[in-house]
Design a protein around this ligand. Sequence first.
Ligand code: 6GU
Length: 228
Amino acid sequence: MALRIDIITVLPELLESPLSHSIMQRARDKNLLHVETHQLRDYALGERRQVDDYQYGGGAGMVMTCEPLAECIDHLQSQRDYDEIIYVTPDGNRFDQKIANRFSLTQNLIIICGHYKGIDERIRQTYVTQEISIGDYVLSGGELAAAVIVDAVGRLLPGVLGDSTSALTDSHQDGLLAPPVYTRPAVWRDQEVPAVLQSGNFKLIEEWRTKQALKRTQERRPDLLEDG
Ligand code: 6GU
């Protein structure tokens, strides 16, 4: 079953390249992932196609106005039902693998990209069902965050990754960081690939990988072991 993602943005160009190469392009070519960008200005009235205005109460920074966003969302909702309307914003819930997994099981998503000081609170109250941040830092706009979400979700869709077990062994998929990996040559600048990986004993290899994953997680991200 394919996933459709509609992205509302004033900068569709920013989303083009990240979603048009490698695994994302393959997902789209196979019709497993359908991404559409919508230029918010096309839904703005007036000659200047303005989508922002000064904020009530004063202060620096513009706010994205209600009407163009409402027009665009209404137009999309008249065509199909959406599982989630996601607003990407630094004050949202922190995006993680669990949320990516959940979104990958849906069929139709809208992602709203904010700019300036963000969007009018009433749009959040009226339409938005999920508010997502991709980390504790501020980007200039939501587009790069949207691209991150589409990539993380798109690669989980069944049939997208060539090796169907590959996504299951990623860092974070089992709550642990991934173990170290090696490829040829077996010796490089006097550094040898661990003997166990060359042993052909799959049980020992699995044990080694689990141990290394735990060790790496303990050293780098002990918080992952505490949160469960
Ligand atoms: Cl979703 N948007 C922006 N503008 N900045 C962010 C973010 C999102 N997540 C982290 N920083």
